[in-house]
Design a protein around this ligand. Structure first.
Ligand SMILES: NC(=O)c1ccc[n+]([C@@H]2O[C@H](COP(=O)([O-])OP(=O)(O)OC[C@H]3O[C@@H](n4cnc5c(N)ncnc54)[C@H](OP(=O)(O)O)[C@@H]3O)[C@@H](O)[C@H]2O)c1
Length: 268
């Protein structure tokens, strides 16, 4: 248990499944107020039911991240109810399964809107209240695709890389005012993200993904995320052997590229 999460107001996006749902299950052990968001209200309700005997007070707040213009008003509702937001888990997102040469620009824009701009708008909407309280922690679920590009992930990798530039800048500007960031870079985590990943036409790819099926359990990933957040780490890589290329790219770039050439799109 981490003292860090007690008595905090915590907002988790993408809480209806996968990593976000696992974060909720872990965090519900704490005496905290937790706001859970995603589009599927029924799934959020199920998650809340599963946590009903927990220590936390949970509030449901369904919304669509792609409607970025509505986000300031949604954040204002949370601030009006709780008076503060201590920790925001910017976790909701979608992936991609399509080649650059085939992919419509609208698909690139959609990935950027959900994975990057929604994230940015939400953070901008809560930053003033965090600054007012001289404390706030912005946790961002990036990806290993935020560290290096990969086959059939051009827009996804672009959206995740963009998060790093944005949040590192935000941190430098606000670090003396109690603002913390944690950029989480998971590798392959066993979730359904491949099903909702967009294909070249912007439709759900409904892909089967062997790597994800063999990946780390979302519950294990959530525990590692919370350890990194409680330790106020600025960045954390989470996964099995698949995280090695991130280190190779930094320290042995020629070897990194040789390894990348050997991998195939369908292994992604
Ligand atoms: N699984 C992995 O291997 C992996 C690796 C690296 C990074 N990640 C990142 O981890 C995060 C969570 O993904 P996951 O693996 O847990 O997949 P997931 O189970 O598909 O979860 C994605 C979450 O995002 C929400 N979401 C998607 N589009 C949304 C929208 N337009 N508006 C509001 N919410 C939306 C989904 O809820 P609704 O459908 O109910 O809206 C769901 O709760 C993502 O940012 C993903 O990029 C995952």
């Amino acid at each position: 248990m981490h003292q860090y999460f007690h008595d905090k107001v915590i907002w988790i996006t993408g809480a209806s499944s996968g990593i976000g749902a696992a974060l909720l299950h872990e965090l519900s052990q704490y005496r905290a107020k937790i706001i859970i968001s995603a589009r599927r209200e029924n799934e959020l309700r199920k998650m809340m039911e599963q946590c009903k005997s927990s220590n936390a007070e949970i509030m449901l707040l369904p919304f669509d991240l792609s409607k970025t213009n509505l986000i300031p008003e949604i954040a204002a509702q949370v601030i009006a109810k709780f008076g503060r937001i201590d920790i925001l888990f910017n976790n909701g997102g979608i992936s991609q399964r399509s080649l650059v040469a085939d992919t419509a620009l609208e698909v690139d824009r959609k990935l950027m809107e959900i994975n990057f701009f929604a994230n940015v708008q939400l953070s901008k909407s809560v930053l003033p209240v965090m600054l007012q309280h001289n404390f706030g922690h912005l946790v961002v679920t990036s990806s290993l695709s935020g560290k290096f590009g990969f086959y059939e992930r051009s827009a996804y990798a672009a959206s995740k890389h963009a998060l790093h530039g944005f949040y590192e800048s935000l941190f430098l500007e606000n670090r003396h005012n109690g603002i913390h960031i944690t950029l989480v870079c998971p590798g392959s985590i066993k979730t359904d993200i491949a099903l909702s990943a967009l294909n070249k036409d912007g439709l759900p790819a409904m892909a089967k993904d062997r790597r994800l099926e063999q990946g780390m359990d979302a519950a294990v990933c959530a525990k590692k995320i919370l350890n990194a957040v409680a330790a106020q780490k600025k960045e954390v890589l989470i996964g099995k052997l698949e995280i090695i290329p991130a280190y190779l790219k930094r320290f042995l770039p020629a070897l990194f590229w040789r390894l990348m050439y050997r991998l195939k799109p369908d292994q992604s």
